[in-house]
Design a protein around this ligand. Structure first.
Ligand code: ADP
Ligand code: MG
Length: 263
């Protein structure tokens, strides 16, 4: 799929409204959200519990339909896509890390990670090779064949992140991806996610409460009560070209090619 101008947004939301329920039980989760998210950047979405972060991610990822307003993803208006087109578009272009992980309990860690590759037509052997390779880089090599129920929360979280990354989606959306991780593992995972954005020229959106990860954000969108209330660009004076090199970028370079290149 061709991309437009270099500066064009990977995601753009305009006056996005999402209501749940009706009448007395109406919940106005999104009350007119405007947001642009760019490739090559890591965008953090921060705000108190219940302010609409998960709802916004779900609408952006095409999992939930907005009540009104517009969402464009990679230049396409999700509302104009048929259901089947949306499913295949999402499968190919969007990686989603759910707050509750959503691993399939009957599949091993590595098999869970293969799912996007199998759906994209890779052989089981190729897919398992790539999945295990990625899990190794996330310090999960020894647990690659364990079942989800045998893993700690932090290990399950890393499997969920690997599954969202393994097919190199152009948009990666993560709901609280470091919530179950200790400081060191959280740091490693954030370096990986930032290198996916910057080195891989992908758009990465991360919902977080975790102030330890704020330093990784190129853009920090603050959300309150169904609105985006402000955007900070902590590194903006340096400019994109002059940002400090990432220590993880070299070791993460193999993620940036197509899955087939890894063998
Ligand atoms: P956050 O992720 O920021 O904690 P959510 O997007 O999960 O917020 O929720 C925003 C608001 O919408 C909250 O008031 C929540 O209770 C409500 N909400 C979320 N999902 C549903 C649902 N399926 N049905 C009704 N209300 C919901
Ligand atoms: Mg949430």
């Amino acid at each position: 799929m061709a991309r437009g101008l270099e500066t064009s947004a990977a995601v753009s939301c305009r006056d996005l409204v999402k209501n749940y329920g009706a009448g007395d039980s109406l919940v106005r989760a999104l009350r007119g959200v405007d947001l642009d998210v760019f490739p090559g950047e890591l965008t953090l979405l921060v705000g108190p519990s219940g302010c609409g972060k998960t709802t916004l991610l779900s609408v952006v990822a095409g999992i939930l339909e907005p009540t009104s307003g517009k969402v464009e993803v990679l230049g396409l208006d999700l509302a104009t896509m048929s259901r089947s087109k949306k499913v295949s578009f999402r499968r190919e272009n969007i990686g989603f890390v759910f707050q509750q992980y959503n691993l399939l309990p009957a599949l091993s860690a590595a098999e869970n990670v293969t799912i996007p590759l199998i759906l994209a037509g890779y052989s089981r052997r190729q897919a398992l090779g790539s999945a295990i390779d990625l899990l190794r880089r996330m310090d999960m090599g020894e647990r690659a064949h364990a079942m989800p129920a045998q893993l700690s929360g932090g290990q399950q979280q890393r499997v969920a992140i690997a599954r969202a990354l393994v097919h190199h989606p152009r948009l990666l959306v993560c709901d609280e991806p470091t919530s179950a991780l200790d400081a060191k593992t959280g740091h490693t995972i954030m370096e990986l996610l930032r290198s996916v954005a910057v080195e891989g020229d992908r758009a990465v959106i991360i919902v977080t409460h975790d102030s330890r990860v704020f330093e990784f954000g190129d853009r920090i969108a603050r959300m309150e009560d169904g609105h985006i209330t402000g955007i900070d660009r902590p590194h903006s004076r340096l400019g994109r070209e002059q940002q400090p090199a990432l220590s993880a970028s070299d070791s993460m370079a193999p993620f940036m090619g197509s899955p087939a290149e890894g063998g």
